[in-house]
Write a protein that binds this ligand. Sequence first.
Ligand code: ADQ
Length: 460
Amino acid sequence: MGRLVVVSNRIADPRKTSAGGLAVALGQALEASGGLWFGWSGKVVDGGTPGEGELRVQNAGKVQLATVDLSSEDHDSYYLGYSNGVLWPVFHYRLDLADFDAGYIAGYRRVNAMFARKLKALLRPDDVIWVHDYHLIPLAAELRAMGCQQRMGFFLHIPLPPPLILAAVPEHEWLMRSLFAYDLAGFQSEADLNHFARYVGTEIPADVLGEHEFRAFGKSLQARAFPIGTDVDEFVELGKGREAQDMFEQMRREYSRRRLLLGVERLDYSKGLPQRLKAFRQLLQAYPENLGSATLIQIASPSRETVDAYAALLQELESLCGGINGNFGELDWMPVRYIHRNVARKRLPGLYRAANVALVTPLRDGMNLVAKEFVAAQDPDDPGVLVLSRFAGAAEQMHEALMVNPYDTARTAETMQRALQMPLEERQRRHQALLEGIRTQDVHWWRENFLTMLTELSQS
Ligand code: ADQ
């Protein structure tokens, strides 16, 4: 394989622990090939020229990190507007929250074109280019228009909705057409791949050549599901560190007389937080033996708060938490601890391990790595129980979790109760099977699968 070039909206220095499993896994592949990671610097230049941004290249070990700034106008239209105001809600099936402002698409195209221009100057002929996520769908088409012949793959980290939902995006044909500039498109789940195949079969003039091969606009495209995993070994190691141990001991001390349920996510409407809180309220109502004991720790880190839908969600959550604590709480017991902050990655394994039950109940999620990290962090002799939404991509793999429909409040509460009461032997059996699964299909497996397929295509 030639040099690997990774392109994503945000980049991370893979040497830092805060970077997370994905960055570490990509970092390893980049390091092995002396690769390049290209993306937005995170910096917004007030009053900067739209479609222009300063390029900076620095070395992080053997890897080159190349970043570009965004003007405030580009940030508003490309990032907040089109990526997070149109694609994120629609791809999570939330047409009601999409803001189809006609001005956003221009910014989305402009930034993709600018990234392509800046990146092209850094490319070598035998590079293999791997583009990540919904911010950058048209990047390959922009590169191809400038004559780039390199192999290019794309991976979508979020779900791909069914054709008729996708078709609500005014530019859906253009978006899907630009996917055909890649050689390989990867999705999180078989369900997403199936949506893609149906879209291609119905919405554009295309030939479905096989289960994984499609031809349209004079181009062939391979498409497959590559479910992303977590770096299990890295996470287990992190769990042995002082920060994680301290966290675990602190939680166990503080909640020695309680049963802990835990939710960890970015504050996002796709994660099903209000539905979860309502189910927890139902748990307290329907199973009073939990009063004075069951405690939900809900970590929801701040995310995209300038977008309206997020401000509304924040208010709803605060009101639900206040209602539950006010109605059920005692002087010495608060049923919900809601924390609107990030938890340092080094402490996360300790928090997961201290919990009796993890609630991973998104309404829609590409994969959900919290589910996998929770399993990786457990003590195999006394593991916690994973309650998982059937609408997370992870549900296709993690069959031994307790599956729920997060819209069904009564059944979700019943499942929380079942999780809290599960006998040790059943917990161990389920955990062992889950752990085996996430170990076999970890983030390195995911990366290798994708890159092997992309490079094999290169040789054909
Ligand atoms: P996210 O929507 O961000 O990612 P997820 O996969 O659950 O969702 O989490 C990604 C990482 O963020 C995990 O490593 C997790 O530990 C960390 N994280 C989340 N909330 C945190 C918090 N409050 N404090 C500290 N760390 C936190 C998108 C898609 C997912 C897909 C991933 C990877 O939406 O479906 O699984 O990309 O492809």
